[in-house]
Design a protein around this ligand. Structure first.
Ligand code: IMP
Length: 430
């Protein structure tokens, strides 16, 4: 029996929420290991819609342990708001069902201010961040000046750490001619939130080790996608964490052997929010149509997502760099009714055909997709629960994708409803 890591294999928004929920119903522990409340997962259970950002998806199911690992950056105010909102929908959340790693770095109000101010200053070169302070919080973590969850319990040290943090940030603000941050105000905010958030603090690595020894099933829930990975993505138009499954171990305090099956959630076409290269983007009616049919608007920011054809080069790269064992193909039904479909099989760059996305920013912006065309299908694939219910042309599309990306389809999702799923192989039994 394997533990399973679920990661996005494109630019996020691949439909991880439904798959994670489906798998979490069979897991004992669900762990977030990177990112923060920049993520947005929508779960539809018995017709009830739950919108999660920072909370692991297992939280809506009784009897599961939900874990926020050390690799996540935690905005305590956002977390408490989300807990209250989900509780208001009748879900019970207590420190018995939700634990947060005591070594999590915190996102403070200043981080979102810095995030937004920097984006503003970048003008046309903006990254298009979610404005949640994710990048600045990770910067403080790596620079070893972050306030971590455990620091809230150490009054004497907290004051010292806040001094160091403000020493850095106020120097920058002075340089920009902006108002400096006030220590007393930040301390008051931290004092106010500490007693509310500290009950959730735990020694996560130990709890996960315990769960593993007891043979519990652990599900690692990734956020964003491989192409937003700070190392392997379309840098600098990325998020500030490693989104690949390799980080499931480091971001939760388990060894690399703890991750078994790596399921790459993959949309049957491509979308992206925010700026940055997107070789198969469709800036025409077809792109608009895909966006309308797929309801491609951000869960967190409400932004319209950019849409394009399936890019097999990118997904293959994500599979190799992220160790993806199999993919869950989602939103195939959005392609119903198209006469012709296209899949990118290579890039034309400086007169040659290449089969990877180069790392250099200019090259990423210049590559041109080489397409293979497919006959579409007029039948509806929505809600299909077996291969027999799929048109032959849809199966051909899927089989060719498997060949191009060099990984099998483990699971096929045909609507937002959790039962509209075709399971080829149980990832937990891998
Ligand atoms: P940040 O994570 O807020 O710093 O944003 C950096 C980039 O990642 C931007 O292009 C965002 O649009 C993108 N991003 C962050 N979180 C998500 C997500 O959950 N889905 C899709 N894109 C995301």
């Amino acid at each position: 029996m394997a533990n399973v890591a679920v990661v996005g294999s494109q630019w996020g928004d691949e439909g991880k929420g439904k798959i994670v929920d489906w798998l979490s119903s069979r897991a004992d522990v669900v762990v977030r290991f990177q990112g923060g409340h920049n993520a947005g997962h929508t779960l539809v259970i018995n017709g009830v819609v739950y919108k999660l950002s920072l909370l692991p998806s297992g939280v809506v199911r009784p009897g599961k342990l939900s874990v926020i690992g050390n690799g996540v950056v935690v905005d305590p105010w956002a977390l408490l708001r989300e807990i209250e909102a989900i509780k208001a929908q009748g879900v019970e959340i207590t420190p018995d069902s939700l634990i947060v790693a005591e070594n999590c770095p915190l996102i403070l109000p200043l981080h979102s201010t810095v995030d937004k101010a920097r984006e503003e200053a970048r003008g046309a070169n903006r990254i298009g961040t979610t404005g949640r302070g994710i990048g600045p919080a990770y910067e403080d973590k790596v620079a070893r000046r972050a306030i971590r969850l455990c620091d809230l319990a150490d009054e004497a040290l907290l004051g010292e750490k806040v001094d160091q943090l403000l020493f850095h940030h106020n120097a920058l603000l002075r340089g920009l001619g902006a108002a400096e941050l006030d220590k007393a105000e930040l301390m008051a905010q931290l004092h106010e939130v500490a007693p509310k958030i500290l009950p959730y603090a735990a020694v996560v690595w130990e709890r996960l080790d315990e769960a593993r020894r007891q043979g519990k099933r652990i599900l690692f829930e990734g956020a964003q996608g491989a192409m937003l990975d700070v190392d392997h993505g379309t840098y600098p138009f990325v998020t500030s964490s490693n989104t690949v499954a390799g980080n499931a171990a480091a971001g939760s305090g388990m060894g690399p052997g703890a991750v078994g099956h790596v399921l790459g959630i993959t949309k049957a076409y491509t979308t992206r929010v925010g700026s940055g290269p997107f070789p198969t983007e469709l800036l025409d009616e077809t792109g608009d149509l895909i966006g309308q049919r797929g309801r491609e608007f951000g869960t967190v920011t409400g932004r319209k997502r950019r849409c394009g054809w399936f890019d097999a080069v990118l997904v293959r790269q994500a599979i190799k760099t992220g160790g993806i064992t199999g993919i869950a193909l989602t939103k195939l039904d959005v392609l119903d009714g198209f006469q012709e479909l296209k899949v990118c099989t290579g890039y034309r760059y400086k007169g040659e055909i290449i089969h990877h996305l180069p790392a250099a920013q200019t090259a990423q912006a210049e590559v041109e997709p080489v397409y293979e065309s497919f006959e579409g299908w007029s039948e509806s694939t929505q809600g299909a629960r077996s291969w027999a219910e799929l048109p032959a042309t849809a199966i051909k599309y899927i089989r060719r994708i498997e060949e191009l990306i060099e990984a099998p389809v483990t699971l096929l999702s045909t609507s937002p409803e959790r039962d509209d799923t075709i399971l080829v192989k149980d990832p937990f039994e891998d």
